[in-house]
Design a protein around this ligand. Structure first.
Ligand SMILES: Cc1cc2nc3c(=O)[nH]c(=O)nc-3n(C[C@H](O)[C@H](O)[C@H](O)COP(=O)(O)O)c2cc1C
Length: 493
């Protein structure tokens, strides 16, 4: 995972669009280089090459005059007005340099390199920081008569004594916010016109024209949106939680570390992939892959035949040997090996970084050869450890996922996929939980295909009850929790 090349391409293409941010006229705006970005210069009398070190990427700005180099360096420690910067370049490098510096500052602005400080006279109203190194489109400013509401993607919090307003929609964070502005946003208790909102800002000490400009700026940053927009596709599709999760787990929307950074190596380290060994309640015995229970079919045939099958034959339930072969062909441990910093597993199904953070529990209702109860598959010894006996909790867990939404029939066996978060989260940054869900998808398809090949009824489930799972297994849900389920049983012909 190397975001570097993406950042470079973005800057090379310089995708500034006029609509991206409104230029303020009555308020004052200063820019500075965001924290964490440093300016590197190669010396030369005429200036020299300037490079910006963004952390995940380096941006080569090529040869620049010494005045431009000085400006970029100074902007790392202090803010300045764009007009003043342009004047300085004209004075040092001549009129013809004006366009060049304007274009450069715009490009850097559109790449999120700068923090914008917005002032009313000397009063700082807020600093706008783009969360990633890409600016997202600014939102349109509503027309006269439009009613606006606070965006569902806007959140307000207080950190270290400062007010922070987050606009998930435009992917910007407003820091050091003036408390009167925050109060005006919080006070909005229903749809209001922009002029009315500006009226509130006036009460906070701004003159009417500056209030109107600030109201427009707040809209362009996605903090206030028209009521209609809030209810339209595609916005209406997203909950704030889903959008935050999506943005947090993809490259581009933020500047946090990403991928296998071993972020907690010094603090917690890896959870071992091998659990403490407990007595096996079920020992499946050896499986001969050269002689499967049902003759194995070519992949192409299995793939074409696969279906989600929602009827189980309770007069002839799935057997212990079938479950044994199914688990052996999907999630047995083929090998335990040592990675650079952790012990890793090799199982038939792939897993991000070979972490294999997901283990398989079985909630058994009806199976020939296995008593009803909750079990955990031990992929090293190819057997089941009993976790909980049959009882109301087990019945409740299975009852959450009827075989078909229109019937009360229950699966013979519910596979419950549970993640040991300590396998993935100490190592992966920003995308650990997304990776777990991707591993889950891989498990679903692996089980679907092997189950189809074995003539079993398989059906993935969209959700299951993790609270009942915790109660049954005694797992603390921050250590280990169920993340997916699959109903399996014998096929009703
Ligand atoms: C991630 C995932 C979740 C699913 N959730 C459910 C579910 O909750 N209930 C159900 O009856 N089927 C569920 N299914 C099965 C789909 O409905 C099924 O795959 C889809 O209708 C296509 O049919 P097919 O599998 O027979 O090709 C799920 C499938 C997947 C991949």
């Amino acid at each position: 995972m190397r975001p570097e090349s993406q950042e470079r391409i973005f800057l090379d293409h310089g995708t500034y669009q006029e609509g991206e941010s409104i230029a303020v006229k009555l308020l004052e705006e200063k820019i500075r280089v965001r924290t964490g970005v440093t300016c590197l210069r190669s010396s030369s009398d005429q200036g020299g090459s300037v490079t910006l070190n963004l952390g995940p990427a380096k941006v080569d700005l090529g040869p620049r005059s010494s005045c431009v180099g000085d400006i970029l360096e100074e902007l790392s420690t202090s803010s300045n007005r764009v007009d003043d910067l342009v004047d300085r370049v004209i004075e040092a490098d001549g009129e013809t340099a004006a366009l060049g510096i304007q274009m450069l500052l715009r490009r850097l602005q559109s790449a999120g390199i700068f923090v914008r400080e917005i002032y009313y006279h000397e009063r700082l109203l807020f600093c706008v920081e783009t969360n990633g190194f890409h600016r997202l489109d600014a939102r349109e400013i509503p027309q006269d008569g439009d009613l606006v509401v606070p965006s569902k993607f806007c959140s307000i919090r207080r950190d270290l004594g400062k007010w922070i307003v987050e606009s998930l929609e435009c992917n910007v964070t407003l820091r050091d916010c003036d408390r009167s502005l925050v109060a005006c946003l919080v006070d909005l208790d229903g749809p209001t016109s922009l002029a009315e909102f500006a009226g509130h800002l006036c009460k906070a000490g701004l003159d009417p024209d500056a209030s109107m400009e600030l109201a427009g700026l707040v809209c362009s940053l996605g903090l206030l949106v028209t009521r209609e927009l809030d209810e339209e596709a595609p916005r209406v599709l997203w909950s704030a939680q889903d959008l935050a999760f999506h943005r947090a787990t993809r490259v581009g929307y933020h500047t946090r570390g990403y991928g296998g950074t071993y972020r907690l190596a010094d603090k917690v380290g890896s959870t071992s992939p091998i659990r403490e060994q407990r007595v096996l309640a079920v020992d499946f015995g050896p499986v001969d892959l050269a002689a499967p229970m049902a003759p194995s079919r070519p992949l192409i045939e299995v793939m074409e035949a696969r279906r989600s099958r929602r009827e189980h034959d309770d007069t002839n339930p799935i057997t212990k040997d079938q479950i044994g072969e199914l688990l052996f062909r999907t999630v047995r441990i083929r090998n335990l090996f040592h990675g650079d910093k952790e012990d890793l597993l090799d199982r038939p199904e792939p897993s991000g970084g070979s972490t294999n953070s997901i283990d398989v529990y079985l909630a058994v209702r009806a199976c020939k050869g296995i008593d009803p109860g909750m079990y955990l598959y031990d992929g090293q010894r190819h057997g089941l450890v009993e976790v909980a006996p049959a009882g109301p909790d087990l019945t409740q867990l299975i009852s959450q996922v009827p075989l078909d939404p229109n019937s009360t029939a229950l699966p013979q066996v519910l596979l419950v996929f549970a993640c040991r978060f300590g396998r993935a989260m100490w190592k992966y940054e920003s995308m650990a939980y997304a990776l777990v869900l991707k591993d889950l998808g891989v498990l679903f398809q692996s089980f679907y295909l092997v189950g189809e090949d074995m003539n079993l009824a398989m059906c993935a489930q969209g959700g299951g009850n993790s609270v009942i799972f915790s109660g049954l297994t005694g797992c603390r849900d921050l250590d280990e929790s169920s993340v997916g389920e699959m109903a399996i049983g014998s096929i009703k012909s």
